[in-house]
Unconditional design. Sequence first.
Length: 154
Amino acid sequence: MTKMTLRTEGDTHVVVVRRFSASPEAVYRAHTEPRLIQQWMLGPDGYTMPVCISEARPGGRIRFEWSDGAGGGFHLTGEYLELEPYSRIVHIERMHLPDPTPDNHCETRFEADGEGTLMTLRMTLPSSEMRAQMLATGMEHGMEASYARLDGVL
């Protein structure tokens, strides 16, 4: 396992890189199978994901709902565009906070790296302003916490 890195590119891109001590197949499955997603993609401590829809096929729906256990929460909707089992996922997502954000185009790659997997997530936001707003939410901390949980799931 290595620490997650997050960097910006150009005006609208965010690139997240993380190494996992598991096979590309295992890391890919953890990103597409609802029962696995619900165990790790929780953001900051204290949140759960009571609703997880992940129809992992081109055109398939995505809906993740997070709850803080005290009546607060938010959700994400999206669609899968392309899936290359165990190596690549392309999807669109939008957060509902409560109004939906513009579409975030995401491409996640899973590459064999020694005994593990190098995961690279490249997000393309519609504008530099949207990217700045997304980064200001503290998403980096939530992603780090989620990926640390994923290590335990794998």
